[in-house]
Design a protein around this ligand. Structure first.
Ligand code: SF4
Length: 437
């Protein structure tokens, strides 16, 4: 029997997908990348915002076709959408045999073994039994799950529950295992990484965990994603600055800059906190890369609020910025807010944010021409023209890349998954181009 899994959504979901595949491996079921030849197909879904839900439903329907026409006998839906809309999925999509939400992962072995006629393993999702799905030496390490922040637009706490940190020693042991298997880059993820430790140890311990894992043999790069600025302490910034294994990379989703909007969003950051923390980061780490996300068209956003956001974006000049039009999610507080904004206005504002950011990104990328970096070679471009690389300044999946033209001189010297030194020679607003040193 073979299983194929389609993983949707963010890197936090990808970690679940890798653990689900680990469980299948322990049932002695083979894993295939070709869903067409799979007897069992799993769609691990995201249900965060409207576009993610649509993508999940489209994918489930597409996979259902393999059940009608192909090898597939069992279609399983897991993840966030399965938690949020289990009843509706089972009622409206009869091709789905099993729907397992994130809240049922403590029983996943029992549910799967019964459905697939397998021997009970007495083991649920296990961080030490993951099938790493990247083709280069990178692993995402989920240090906690759930969120206590209750942003008024966000459905995550409804899906994933309250913030729960993993034990310090369990994270260390997972990193040790993966480093021993050859993984070199570790991206620490959670809904709110900067809150790591507070629930378990009564204090923020992100600084301690990066310090500890940076001492593990084989660990080359540590990158922290999803930090909240009000918890980004001076101590943490100093550790990132002085620990050579930690990427000088700050992924700090701010969502807005106007205090009126931040209050309505129930964010804990204020404009003053945002500006103060960013000033501190840049004082201590002048070469720091800043990445953020913002939301346009949150209920009640006036032209003045939006202009304040745009001017803040210009002033801060983030290196990378993702923007989303507000998605009205049922069961969230902002769903019921008055002054919902027209879709066309949300989209117009979104376009303006992207236009402004394009100019900023281009300017910031130009400053990197002539600089030298160690990069990891992730892949070869689909047209076989370039090696696709990333330095400490580029996060996997979300950022632009560094491209090196493949020629007769370098084609045999560079291997995918290896590290090389390069110098940036050209850029556009998204990507950089480099030569080997
Ligand atoms: S910090 Fe806010 S946006 Fe992020 S997961 Fe928590 S509640 Fe959602």
């Amino acid at each position: 029997m073979k299983v194929g899994l389609v993983s949707l959504g963010c890197s936090k979901n990808q970690v679940d997908s890798e653990m689900i595949l680990g469980l299948f491996k322990n049932y002695s079921i083979d894993i295939t990348n070709e869903v067409a030849e799979a007897d069992i197909i799993v769609v691990n879904t995201c249900g965060f915002i409207e576009s993610a839900k649509k993508e999940a439903i489209d994918t489930i329907l597409e996979m259902a076709d393999y059940k009608k026409e192909g090898n597939c006998k069992t279609l399983i839906v897991t993840g966030c959408l399965a938690k949020r809309y289990k009843k509706q999925i089972l009622e409206t999509m009869p091709e789905v045999d099993l729907c397992i939400g994130v809240d049922e992962y403590n029983d996943i072995d029992k549910i799967l073994s019964e459905c697939l006629n397998q021997k009970l393993l007495n083991q649920n999702l296990n961080f030490n039994d993951r099938i790493i799905s990247t083709n280069f030496p990178l692993a995402y390490i989920r240090i906690s799950d759930g969120c206590d922040n209750r942003c008024s637009y966000c459905a995550i706490p409804l899906i994933r529950g309250n913030h729960v940190s993993r034990k310090f020693e369990d994270i260390v042991s997972e990193v040790q295992n993966l480093a021993a298997q050859g993984i070199q880059e570790f991206c620490l993820i959670a809904q709110d990484t900067s809150k790591y430790g507070l629930d378990l140890y009564g204090k923020l311990r992100l600084k301690d965990i990066i310090q500890k894992i940076s001492k593990i043999e084989g660990v080359k790069w540590i990158r922290i994603l999803y930090m909240y600025l009000y918890e980004t302490t001076d101590e943490l910034i100093e550790e990132i600055a002085h620990n050579p294994k930690v990427c000088p990379y700050f992924d700090i989703p701010i969502q807005h800059i106007s205090n009126r909007m931040l209050t309505l969003m129930n964010r804990h950051d204020t404009k003053e906190i945002i500006m103060d923390r960013i000033k501190k980061i840049r004082e201590v780490i002048p070469e720091a890369i800043l990445r953020t996300t913002v939301i346009t068209g949150f209920p009640g956003e006036t032209q003045q609020d939006f202009d304040e956001m745009l001017s803040g974006i210009r002033q801060i000049a983030f290196d990378r910025l993702g923007a989303f039009a507000y998605s009205r999610e049922e069961d969230t507080k902002s769903y019921h807010m008055k002054n919902q904004i027209k879709e066309s206005t949300k989209e117009e504002r979104l376009k303006k944010v992207f236009d402004v950011q394009k100019e900023i990104s281009l300017k910031n990328n130009k400053k990197r021409i002539g600089k030298q970096y160690e990069v990891i070679v992730e892949d070869v471009s689909p047209d076989n023209q370039y090696f696709v690389c990333r330095s400490m300044c580029e996060a996997p999946d979300v950022d632009g890349r560094i491209y090196i033209k493949i020629d007769d001189d370098n084609v045999d010297k560079i291997i995918v998954g290896g590290f090389i030194h390069v110098e940036i020679i050209e850029c556009n607003e998204y990507d950089l181009y480099a030569k080997i040193l």
